[in-house]
Design a binder for this molecule. Structure first.
Ligand code: ADP
Ligand code: GLC
Length: 485
């Protein structure tokens, strides 16, 4: 089968979150299963910098019409990597910028135009470079592809047989723009209705994708159920409920070539479940990196690597920071995002310099060091479509403390000290008290060294690789293709 991915992020080229990990890892896995995969990304400044020499154009110029002007996009041949073909949509006015989506916490004002152009250019480029059996599009930034195919390109004989699958990585980010967007992108006004792209008088990219794609997926079974409810659906629950039979929850995998303490190049030492000695060295190295060398060996270190956003549960962390400071634990945190939470962490570290340290930045190497060097990993998310860090933590013997939502609930099993089963600590209610109780349970378990080692090994033995999920995606592609014929 020929599969074309369209997405706004992919490791190792452009990443702000887990979407990049998924788009980086799933295509090579599909190639291993015998499929041909092409990935389209916008040609951001950071990708331009990464390629050696002059860009090699596969297509010189595609015209993308907007209401009162045309724009022109090129397609850069990014070459093949692990058998996957990469193409980059080049439109310097829109993509040759420092950031992916916006600067200083404010979205770029022309994001509707940027990602509409991206979507149309992918369709036009595919006509020249190869129309796939399936377009697999990710999140709102690529969600207009199915909308275009079912409206603007409806009568195009070359595109007619191409199926579409939309993966929702996060229903809270929808790409909502003023009604006039309909006209600016040259869509017929007929689609601006509440059962198509309109939502509360906004043109909604993700809603369009949900309505017009042949099949839908999201990144865990639990989240697939959650988004059909008012609590998690972000006002898309209505259209999602209508399409419930077409919505599949497929858990993300982990790229164990990147996230494995036995070979991870970012670490001070390597280790395996059989020989955990290296983890002690990683812990000392981590404490050194955060200036917390004085933390005692018997004091557990809690790690955090996260976008600093309300989604990630820092609203309830904020309420218990002083209680935590009274306990025998240390905290190392890495993240960027909402200035409110950045300041929360800065203030916490400032008041407790011997036990709490934070680095406000994006740093892949440090993220690996935290996964390896911490004893516990905290993810008390308000909601979590899948979450990757808890799965990385399991492989690194770093015990996750999570809230039972979305993929966190699907991947972490509560530790039972009597039976010796389970992989982490999990609480239900979004409530500071419940979080504190769960952290206390983890602290208590940590004092029993034998039990704790068992708990670490339980997690390290779990396999969340991509081979299972990749096969589930193939089944979804096959079903989508079948519906077209
Ligand atoms: P989300 O996509 O919602 O941010 P995920 O858990 O799916 O959450 O994925 C987050 C990814 O981004 C992980 O690979 C994590 O290590 C990485 N990450 C997040 N913040 C940072 C940071 N400040 N520095 C380095 N990596 C980060
Ligand atoms: C989103 C979600 C996260 C998920 C990631 C990859 O960013 O917030 O939970 O793991 O996408 O699917």
């Amino acid at each position: 089968m020929q599969i074309t991915f369209a997405a706004s992020e992919s490791t190792p080229l452009a990443k702000t979150g887990g979407l990049a990990d998924v788009v980086g890892a799933l295509p090579p896995e599909l190639v291993k299963l015998g499929h041909q995969v092409t990935v389209y990304l916008p040609f951001y400044a950071r990708i331009r910098r990464l390629i050696e020499g002059e860009p090699n154009y596969a297509v010189r110029s595609i015209t993308v019409p907007f209401r009162s002007y045309n724009r022109f996009a090129g397609v850069v041949d990014g070459g093949k990597r692990d058998g996957v073909q990469y193409f980059f949509v080049d439109c310097p006015e829109l993509f040759d910028r420092k950031e992916l989506y916006g600067a200083a916490g404010v979205d770029y004002a022309d994001n509707a135009e940027r990602f509409a152009l991206f979507c149309r250019a992918v369709i036009e480029a595919s006509k020249l470079l190869g129309v796939p059996n399936v377009f697999h599009v990710h999140d709102w930034q690529a969600a207009l592809i199915p909308v275009y195919l079912r409206t603007t390109y409806l009568d195009d004989p070359v595109l007619r047989s191409a199926a579409t699958v939309l993966t929702i990585h996060n229903a809270a980010y929808q790409g909502k723009f003023p009604p006039v967007t309909t006209e600016q992108l040259l869509f017929p006004w007929e689609i601006f209705t509440m059962d198509q792209v309109e939502q509360f008088d906004r043109f909604n990219f993700l809603k369009g994708g949900v309505v017009f794609s042949d099949l839908l997926t999201t990144v865990s079974r639990k989240y697939a159920e959650e988004i059909q409810t008012a609590e998690f659906g972000e006002l898309l629950e209505g259209v999602l409920l209508k399409r419930a039979a077409d919505l599949h929850g497929i858990l993300n995998g982990v790229d164990y070539t990147q996230w494995n303490p036995a070979v991870d190049g970012h670490l001070a030492a390597h280790y395996t479940p059989e020989n955990l000695e290296g983890k002690r060295i990683c812990r000392a190295d981590l404490l050194h990196a955060f200036g917390l060398e004085k933390v005692a060996d018997t004091t557990p270190v809690i790690g955090i690597v996260s976008r600093l956003a309300t989604q990630k549960g820092f609203g309830i962390v904020a309420k218990i920071v002083e209680e935590l400071a009274d306990r025998d634990l240390a905290v190392v945190a890495l993240g960027t995002g909402d200035p409110y939470y950045e300041n929360l962490f800065r203030g916490w570290a400032f008041r407790h310099p011997a036990t709490v340290a934070v680095q406000i930045r994006y740093d892949d190497a440090l993220a690996h060091k935290i996964e390896a060097g911490a004893d516990m990993f905290l993810m008390p998310s308000l909601y979590e479509p899948c979450g990757l860090n808890q799965m990385y933590s399991l492989r690194y013997g770093t015990v996750p403390i999570v809230r039972a939502t979305g993929g966190l609930d699907d991947t972490i099993e509560e530790w039972d000290a009597v039976k010796g089963t389970g992989t982490g600590f999990k609480f239900e209610g979004y409530d500071p008290e419940a979080l504190l109780i769960e952290i206390d349970r983890a602290l208590e378990a940590f004092r029993d060294r034998r039990g704790w080692t068992r708990l670490m090994r339980n997690g390290m033995a779990r396999d969340y690789g991509w081979s299972g999920p990749a096969k589930e995606y193939v089944r979804v592609y096959e079903e989508a293709v079948q519906r077209k014929t």
